[in-house]
Design a protein around this ligand. Structure first.
Ligand code: HEM
Length: 486
């Protein structure tokens, strides 16, 4: 049975447990012993299918009990739905964020990478969030509108007709724009850091590295540690070039030249901890949103044609700019719907800092809660035909952030949503003004989750001149299991 079939089957179960039910009365299922090991392994291999299967079999709250002998034994709670999202994300003092990269031995480059705005908590987090939030807020992004459009136009003008790797093009476009506008402009080193860190994330999310975090020569974990050192060296190089020159639009220079939350000058190792994860948070998400939007449009010809019509009417022959496209309702709906069906960050992890409760059940300090934007965004209580890509639904739904977790919810909601959606909207308008995209028939599209959900390999597509002949093609791979394509 595919994931989409299972979601249809769980409609009945889900309807019995409203998404607005307070997070204090749900039945809890417990998994223990050998089943814990199997479950954790399945989660590491495919977090989406595993969370979906648990939801189908056990409902919205599942506690995976710790097993003595496993590294860092702790309970893991998988909680699905708006009420739990609100209870956890709305309470960051009790539910802290965790290291977004794998933990390393004390004093290692991998360990230092935990010191970044996304993984920090308390005063250091507040300090760095404040530092970066303004330059990426709505007013700053509106000021950057012309630059965003010019950079994207330059990139898309280089996209060739014929067969391409759509994933590579989407990555290049988003990274170039982010490096040029937010990350110091050093395209060569910026791209190197992006690639090194992207490879490290993939390595560190492999089941081998997660289940055997021992620094034994030749092991996956040892490779992660070496890769983290290469990432750190590259981050040091980038940071050194920014020392002493602050530009308030350049986030890299702000992080390098601003004192830490204690007022002390930021140390080189701390800066190198911030940069890779911060770099990644600016583009890893946007590039997957752009890619999945293009794939979904290519496979939904009517939606693509309606979008092209809206964009053409709005532009009336002029070039796309942020001001011209940002308020187009159907474009807005297409981007929201892409992020609903294939969210860039499909699960989030939090750790309980103290004994607490969830859904009326005791939670020990140190327990992990896994929230699922992937399942939340498909909650049949909120979305009809949840596994279908239907942008039209956004004309009559207004889910809360806890019902639609594309950018997370609560006080730690993504501060980069303005920049992210601006880039994706201008990129889609620019691409569709010039080109029609089709996926090469029978292409295999598998996903991989390493914080973001991305295609496992290249993605073969064909770029045609704009001719209106949008047509879906048969696809292979896991992507068929998580979206209803017909
Ligand atoms: C469409 C693009 C984007 C999406 C879908 C997205 C999504 C998210 C999500 C889901 C989180 C929460 C992660 C978690 O709790 O584990 C997050 C956090 C964050 N994002 Fe984004 N993001 C996007 C673009 C950006 C951009 C462009 C920037 C920077 C310029 C950015 C900076 C951040 C930061 C700093 C945080 C951590 C906030 C905190 O913990 O206080 N994001 N993002």
């Amino acid at each position: 049975m595919t994931v989409t079939d299972r979601i249809a089957k769980t409609d009945i179960l889900a309807r019995a447990s409203s998404s607005s039910t307070p997070a204090q009365e749900t039945d809890v299922a417990t998994i223990s012993g050998l089943k814990t090991i199997i479950c954790l392994f399945r989660f590491l291999c495919d977090p989406l299918a595993c969370a979906q299967a648990l939801f189908e079999q056990h409902g919205r709250l599942v506690v995976i009990e710790p097993v003595a002998g496993l590294p860092r034994p702790r309970a893991t709670i998988i909680a699905v739905g708006a009420a739990y999202n609100r209870a956890v994300l709305g309470n960051p003092q009790v539910w802290n964020t965790v290291h977004h990269v794998q933990r390393g031995p004390k004093g290692s480059a991998l360990d230092r990478m935990g010191g970044n705005v996304i993984s920090m908590n308390g005063a250091p987090h507040d300090h760095y969030r404040k530092l970066v939030a303004r330059p990426i807020g709505s007013a700053s992004v509106a000021d950057m509108g012309d630059d965003i459009a010019a950079l994207i136009a330059e990139e898309v003008a280089r996209w060739p007709l014929g067969q391409v790797d759509l994933w590579q093009l989407a990555q290049h476009l988003v990274r170039s724009v982010a490096i040029a506008l937010l990350l110091g402009g050093d395209q060569e080193r910026g791209a190197r850091l992006a690639t090194l860190f992207g490879d490290m994330l993939l390595l560190s999310h492999s089941p081998q590295a997660r289940l055997c975090p021992f620094n034994v020569p030749g092991s996956s974990y040892a490779r992660v540690l070496r890769q983290a050192e290469a990432v750190e060296r590259c981050a040091h190089e980038l940071a050194e070039r920014k020392r002493g020159s602050t530009d308030k639009r350049d986030l890299l220079s702000l992080i390098v030249n601003s004192p830490s939350e204690t007022g002390a000058a930021a140390a080189a190792d701390d800066i190198a901890g911030h940069l890779p994860v911060f770099f990644a948070s600016t583009y890893e998400t946007c590039q997957t949103v752009l890619l999945w939007s293009l794939v979904l449009l290519a496979q939904h010809p009517d939606v693509a044609r309606n979008l092209v019509d809206e964009i053409s009417a709005a532009l009336a022959g002029e070039a796309p700019t942020l001001a011209r496209v940002t308020h187009l309702p159907f474009l807005d709906a297409v981007v929201k719907e892409s992020m609903r069906v294939l969210p860039a960050v499909p699960y989030q992890v939090r750790v309980a800092t103290q004994q607490t409760g969830l859904g009326g059940h005791d939670v020990a300090a140190g327990s992990h809660a896994i929230l699922s934007p992937f399942l939340t965004n498909r909650d049949p209580q909120v979305y009809d035909e949840p596994t279908r890509f239907r942008p039209g639904r956004w004309s009559h739904i207004t889910p809360t952030p806890f019902e639609y977790l594309a950018f997370s919810g609560g006080p730690r909601m993504c501060p980069g949503s303005w920049f992210g959606t601006a880039v994706v909207k201008v990129a889609l308008a620019t691409i569709l003004s010039r080109l029609r995209v089709s996926i090469v028939p029978h292409t295999r599209i598998d996903y991989h989750v390493a914080i973001t959900m991305k295609p496992r390999t290249s993605l073969a597509a064909t770029l045609h001149p704009r001719d209106g002949a949008w047509a879906a093609v048969p696809l292979k791979g896991q992507i068929r299991d998580i979206v209803t394509w017909s």
